[in-house]
Every structure is written in C-alpha cells, then in structure tokens.
Design a binder for this molecule. Sequence first.
Ligand code: ATP
Ligand SMILES: O=c1ccn([C@@H]2O[C@H](COP(=O)(O)O)[C@@H](O)[C@H]2O)c(=O)[nH]1
Length: 236
Amino acid sequence: MVKYKRVLLKLSGESLQGEQNYGISTEMLNAYAQEIGAAVKEGAQVAVVIGGGNIFRGLAGTSKGFDRVKGDQMGMLATIINSLALESALTNQGVKAKVLTSIRMEPIGEYYSAHKARELLNEGVVAILAGGTSNPFFTTDTASALRGVEIEAEVLLKGTRVDGIYTADPEKDPTAVRFEEITFHEAYSKQLKVMDLTAFTMCSENNLPIVVFDMNKPKNLTKVILGEKIGTLVKN
Ligand SMILES: Nc1ncnc2c1ncn2[C@@H]1O[C@H](COP(=O)(O)OP(=O)(O)OP(=O)(O)O)[C@@H](O)[C@H]1O
Ligand SMILES: O=c1ccn([C@@H]2O[C@H](COP(=O)(O)O)[C@@H](O)[C@H]2O)c(=O)[nH]1
C-alpha cells in the first residue's frame, strides 16, 4: 500500500550525466527509468520534472555573453531534450510515458495542461512535464513546485545525489549534519541551498510537503513512496 498515491518527482539534470562531464549517460537514464517503473508497479501515479544542468543553464550562458532570456530559453529546451530521453527509456522498459511541454512544439510533445497531466496520471501513464515553467528567470525546482500544486500531487519528491538536507552543502562541508525533518520556515530562514527559495515558498503556501532523497540509491524512490523514512521531509 503506497503512502503517496500521486507524486511529482523532480530529477536533477546534472545527475543524468553520470560520470560524464556533459550530456546523458544511458546507464543513469535507464536506472532512473527502472526506478520510476518500479514505483508505478506499486500503484503510484508519477509525474516527472527533469532539470537541464547536464546540457545548459541560463546563468552559465550569461558569463559567456548570452542574453539571460535567450540563455534561459536554451536551458528550458535542454529540459525538453532530457524529458524526451526519459520518455524513450521508459517506453523501452514497457512503462507508459508521455511528454507534455510547457512551450508549444507539437509533435515533439503535447502542449501541457494540468487537466491533461491529471488524465494521464489517472490512466497510469508517467507524465513528463518538460520545459520548466516556460518563463525565464525560473528553475526546474520552481517548475516542480508549480506543477506539483497544479496536478494535486501529495508530495514533491526531490531525487538528487545527496541523501537529504544538511546544515550546509554536504558536498562542500564534511561536518554538515543531516535533518530528518525540517519546516519550510527553517529551510527558508537558514537559506539551505538544496532548492531555490521560490520553490520552497510555493510549496509552503500550498501545503505541498517535499522529501529530498538520494535518487542514485536503488529502490529509494519506491521506499519513499511506500512511506519509509528516507531523506529529509520538509513541511509546514
Ligand atoms: N543544505 C544543503 N543540503 C543538501 N544539499 C545541498 C545543500 N546546499 C546545497 N546542496 C546541494 O544541492 C544539490 C542538489 O541540487 P539538484 O539535485 O537540484 O542538482 P542540480 O545539479 O542543481 O540539478 P539540475 O540539473 O536539475 O539543476 C546537491 O548536489 C547538494 O550538493
Ligand atoms: O522555468 C524555468 C526552468 C528552467 N529554466 C532554465 O533552464 C535551465 C535548466 O534548469 P535547471 O533547473 O537549472 O536544471 C535553468 O538554469 C534556466 O536557465 C528557466 O529559465 N525557466
């Protein structure tokens, strides 16, 4: 019996590159598809938002002379490339999946609406919500929060490469200590940089809890969905 029936899973684009410096590692892609397929088999409805950091980030573009809006648009297109790759990997593994894009670009993907996404989820199809919010100056963390609220997800699952939220970035500070549970207010006031503050605010205002967990550990996604205490829970 699942604890969370409908979830919004945020995957890191950067993690998708695996050991490479850039792009998509097929090994990581297939591993993610397998984890998602297993969660669906347990009876969860899974919507996915995937980042684009393995391909392009708007802010990085500005340092190379790109206009920020153009750079962010390139970043949003990067999330669509990752989404198509995930759709393909899921389909290859026999898991029904469909990309909805926040920017009109049929036939690459159907134009996103919350109604369509909910319809797919009710049919047991993994809805991959691509293109971020479609607006520059945002991130896919904020897109996940927005889409999570729109599709009436019970939780936002941030699958990343660290096993929860720490007092400081554990990749930089080895003395950092992990929280099992934390309130949005604490996460916000301590400026914990695991997610951007816009995303935290959106979730807090709409009472959408977040679980930050290590997506690279096999079966973790299913465990979280079944209610095992893994990672860090953020709630009001
Ligand atoms: N207080 C903190 N607790 C945990 N992780 C933290 C914290 N502060 C910063 N981080 C960092 O946040 C990262 C998680 O971010 P995320 O999964 O969004 O990766 P990303 O590379 O930004 O993804 P994307 O490609 O989608 O932009 C972790 O790898 C971790 O190093
Ligand atoms: O709503 C959005 C979402 C994303 N972007 C741009 O895309 C890249 C990649 O997303 P990440 O969340 O960093 O993985 C991001 O850096 C932005 O440039 C956006 O503009 N709007």
